[in-house]
Design a protein around this ligand. Structure first.
Ligand code: GLV
Ligand code: GLV
Length: 323
C-alpha cells in the first residue's frame, strides 16, 4: 500500500511506515501546494498531513483508494471530516502527547509578554541598557493573579494547573461541560465567557476551532477585558478577530498579547508585528524534539492500524467504522 507524507517529519515515525508501505515524502523544504497534494494523493491508501494542509472535499475526492488521514496535530479543523466520514475514511490526530509542551509554550508567552522579556532583550542587545532604573520595563504581576482559560480540555487544564499550583493563581474557565477534576484539584471555577473576560488578568485561549468558536474574541469581548490584562493564544488564530486585536493593542484596550497562532497563518494582520506589547511565535506549541517524535510515531501507528484492519487509537470519526 502507498502512503503520502506531505512534509518530512521525525524519522522514528517515517521508519515505521517505510518498513511496511511504499512511502512518498514531499521532497521540498516547504509545504506542498493543494495542487501538488491532489496530484500525489491519486494512488495513495494513506495520508499523513500537516495542520496547514487543507484537506477539503476536492482533495479527498482526488484519492479513490484513501482509507486513512493522519493529521500531524491535535487540532484537525483543516480536514473536512464530514466528507472523509462519508467516503469511509478514518481521520486520526495526535492528542495527549503535545499537551504539556503546548501548555509550557502558553506560559512562556504569558511570562514573556507580561514581563516584557523580548522588548528588554532587544533593548540590552541594542546597547541601550545604561544601568538599573526604577521605572524601566515595568510589567504585570503574575503570582496570585487571576487566570482565565477558554476551553478547559487537555491543554487548557495543563495551562490552568501551572497557574494554580505554580503561581497561586485563581483559575476561571469556560468549557462545554464542567470539569469537576480541575475544580477539585486546584479550585478552578466555571464561569460565563463574559465573567471570565471581566475578571481575568490573563486570558488563555485553548479551545479548538469550530464554527462556534470562530471570532469568539472580537472587539466587543476585548473591551470586556481589563485594560491591564493580557491575551494568550496557542490554539487557533481564527478564534480571535485579529484586526480587532491589533486595534485593541494599539489603543490600550488591553495590555498585551502573546500569540503563537494567527488568523491567516502565516500572514499577519498589518500593524501586528510593529507593536511592542505583543510577543509572537511561529506556531511552535508542540515544537520540542521529544513531542514531535511522539507525534510522528502516533500518526504512523494509527496509519498502520487502519491499513491492517485494526482500530486506530486516535480516531476522531469513530462513526466511520459502522459505515
Ligand atoms: C497544533 O497546533 C496542533 O493542533 O497540534
Ligand atoms: C533588585 O535587583 C533588588 O535587589 O531589589
Amino acid at each position: 500500500m502507498k502512503i503520502l507524507v506531505t512534509r518530512k517529519i521525525p524519522e522514528a515515525g517515517l521508519k515505521l511506515l517505510k518498513e511496511r508501505f511504499e512511502v512518498e515524502i514531499n521532497p521540498h523544504d516547504r509545504n506542498m501546494t493543494k495542487e501538488e497534494i491532489i496530484d500525489a494523493i491519486k494512488d495513495k491508501d494513506g495520508l499523513l498531513c500537516l495542520l496547514s494542509d487543507p484537506i477539503t472535499a476536492e482533495v479527498i475526492d482526488a484519492a479513490p483508494n484513501l482509507k486513512v488521514i493522519a493529521n500531524y496535530a491535535v487540532g484537525y479543523n483543516n480536514i473536512d471530516v464530514q466528507t472523509a466520514t462519508e467516503r469511509g475514511i478514518m481521520v486520526c490526530n495526535t492528542p495527549g502527547v503535545l499537551t504539556e509542551a503546548t501548555a509550557d509554550l502558553a506560559w512562556a508567552l504569558l511570562m514573556a509578554v507580561s514581563r516584557r522579556i523580548v522588548e528588554s532583550d532587544h533593548y540590552v542587545r541594542a546597547g541601550k541598557f545604561d544601568g538599573w532604573a526604577p521605572m524601566l520595563h515595568l510589567g504585570g504581576d503574575i503570582y496570585g493573579r487571576t487566570l482565565g482559560v477558554i476551553g478547559m480540555g487537555r491543554i487548557g487544564t495543563a495551562v490552568a494547573r501551572r497557574g494554580a499550583l505554580g503561581f497561586n493563581m485563581k483559575v476561571l474557565y469556560t468549557a462545554n461541560s464542567p470539569k469537576p477534576e480541575a475544580e477539585k484539584e486546584f479550585g478552578a471555577k466555571k464561569v460565563s465567557l463574559e465573567e471570565l473576560l471581566r475578571e481575568s488578568d490573563y486570558v488563555s485561549i485553548n479551545c479548538s476551532l469550530t464554527p462556534e468558536t470562530k471570532y469568539m474574541i472580537g472587539a466587543r469581548e476585548l473591551r470586556m477585558m481589563k485594560k491591564t490584562a493580557y491575551l494568550i493564544n496557542t490554539a487557533r488564530g481564527p478564534v480571535v478577530d485579529e484586526k480587532a486585536l491589533v486595534e485593541a493593542l494599539k489603543e490600550g484596550i488591553i495590555a498585551g498579547a502573546g500569540l503563537d497562532v494567527y488568523e491567516n497563518e502565516p500572514e499577519l494582520t498589518p500593524g501586528l508585528a510593529e507593536l511592542d506589547n505583543v510577543v509572537l511565535t511561529a506556531h511552535i506549541g508542540s515544537a520540542t524534539s521529544e513531542t514531535r517524535t511522539k507525534m510522528a510515531i502516533m500518526n504512523a501507528e494509527d496509519i498502520i492500524a487502519a491499513l491492517k484492519g485494526r482500530k486506530p487509537k486516535n480516531l476522531v470519526n469513530p462513526e466511520v467504522l459502522t459505515k
